[in-house]
Write a protein that binds this ligand. Structure first.
Ligand code: SF4
Length: 491
């Protein structure tokens, strides 16, 4: 668990998806380990569906992957093709109902659909389909996507997927399991990641991130391009063009924070991208200081980059406890603060009398950074210069990331001097949007930067926009909005 979650100050990825095929071998255990490697993308529910060539069986429940899947449960999931899903979700009675994969009956038999992302036209689609007599079991946008596949299955699974790509707007990286086929596809903008790997001689993996391949002996093959479909059946793997891509708009935040540092996407390793972000941060916001201190673990590569670029020594300034978990979250602010202190403990010997550069990946509400700065000063730091690899977050995300509404985002409410004062640091510097993009692959093309710039690659319906600014719907839940459906605001 991230230290920011203890203060309710985190940005949360919504989901991780995985697909596995190993001909003739049971894949439930492999799927389990791959899902386990994607645990950082969602910690509230997990599910696996397995096909034995005739029947698709599924198990899903609330909890972490290793809580949901005991050896006994895995033993019941027989078959050589599978999909899996991790979800972060809201609290409340509807949560298990909305856990994935979504399981439906279709013309070709049972299908299971696992989705990472968020549809921005789910309300419209659902209303139209309901008027046509479609029945929905959940409030999830992923079920809308699954029902479109079912509805179009008379044209075969690949055409049904193409219809999803034509009708659905927003972010969707999806894996689908039919009794005899595993499919993976990305939306035409490629907002959320999805990649393909090889497993042994004849097996294949599809995953949100390549970090799911290594633990099961898989090898990264390629990123799926926006609008592409990976088709795995008993003949092997083919990758087909699904629909045209207007332009690539891969989430820049995946590179800054969400994805694991050992994953590869967009042709680069994430650890290296974060290291380069630290180097650029040093160039954009230099300061005289004695040590560079990361906020563990996410700030480590960028702090190393900052240190490398400036020659200022890298020092651990705090240790992280692995044993403070969600159960520690208390409704009371004081208890939450104690939780953060137990999660991150200062190393006073490293900090005392030092001018410190504190490197972290992002500031959401600012509450966590404020507390960490206070902690460093109380440990004897003379100065604390905060350096952040995410540019200021000023706008909400509609594409699958659960962050604060605009009114809660520190950088949307305060200027840099005001935020510096609020946080209590000596100075504050954010990496520029261009700097973050160029640190990934040297260019400024191909990214979604909407939460930093307000330039949404797909126009957001006004109703959804209003709703998110006032009271954000949790991603994956369909917002019950009526105003302005079909109207659009800036593109
Ligand atoms: S708005 Fe921000 S978090 Fe959302 S997809 Fe775009 S870059 Fe990623």
């Amino acid at each position: 668990m991230d230290h920011r979650e203890l203060l309710g100050d985190a940005i949360k990825e919504e989901c991780g998806v995985v697909g596995v095929y190993t001909p003739g071998e049971d894949v439930a255990n492999t799927t389990f380990f791959s899902l386990f490697a994607l645990q950082h993308r969602g910690q509230e529910s997990a599910g696996i569906a397995v096909s034995d060539g005739e029947k698709v069986r599924m198990h899903k429940d609330m909890g972490l992957v290793n809580q949901v899947f005991t050896p006994e449960v895995l033993a019941t999931l027989k078959g050589d093709m599978a999909v899996g899903h991790n979800r972060y979700s809201t609290t409340g009675a509807s949560v298990l109902r909305n856990a994935q994969p979504v399981f439906c009956q279709s013309l070709v038999g049972e299908i299971a659909v696992a989705h990472n992302g968020n549809l921005i036209n789910a309300v419209d689609l659902r209303e139209k389909m309901t008027a046509e007599g479609e029945h929905f079991d959940t409030t999830s946008d992923s079920e809308v996507l699954a029902r479109i596949i079912v509805k179009n299955m008379h044209n075969g699974p690949v055409e049904a997927v193409r219809e999803v790509m034509r009708l659905c707007k927003g972010a969707f990286s999806v894996v689908v399991l039919t009794p005899n086929m595993l499919l993976g596809f990305r939306d035409p903008y490629g907002i959320r990641p999805l990649c393909v790997g090889k497993l042994g001689e004849k097996g294949y993996l599809i995953s949100s991130e390549s970090c799911a391949f290594g633990p099961v002996g898989g090898k990264f093959e390629c990123d799926l391009k926006p609008g592409e479909i990976a088709i795995v059946n008993r003949e092997g793997l083919t990758i087909e063009h699904g629909v045209d891509s207007p332009r690539e708009a891969m989430c820049l935040f995946e590179f800054i924070y969400f994805a694991r540092p050992d994953s590869r996407m967009f042709g680069t390793g994430l650890y290296g991208a974060r290291l380069r972000m630290g180097e650029r941060l040093a160039a954009e916001h230099p300061v005289e200081a004695d040590i560079v201190v990361p906020v563990p673990d996410s700030g480590i590569p960028a702090a190393l980059g900052y240190s490398k670029a400036t020659g200022i020594p890298f020092r651990e300034g705090m240790t992280k406890s692995r044993y403070i978990h969600r159960t520690f979250i208390q409704p009371d602010q004081r208890m939450r603060e104690i939780g953060v202190r137990m999660k991150l403990t200062p190393l006073e010997d490293h900090l005392k009398g030092k001018r410190v550069i504190l490197v972290d990946d992002s500031i959401v509400r600012g509450t966590t950074t404020k507390q960490l700065v206070k902690m460093l000063f109380e440990s004897g730091a003379l100065e604390v210069h905060v350096r952040i690899t995410a540019p200021p977050i000023v706008y909400p995300c509609f594409y699958g990331i659960d962050m604060a509404s605009k009114g809660e985002l520190a950088a949307a409410k305060m200027t840099i001097p005001e935020l510096t004062e609020y946080i209590g640091c000596t100075s504050l510097g954010y990496l520029s949007v261009e700097g973050a993009q160029q640190a990934v692959d040297g260019s400024t093309e191909g990214f979604c930067t909407a939460c930093f710039t307000g330039k949404y690659p797909l126009p957001i319906p006004v109703g959804l926009q209003k709703h998110a600014f006032d009271d954000p719907p949790h991603v994956g839940e369909i917002a019950t909005v009526s105003a302005g459906q079909g109207q659009l605001f800036e593109s």
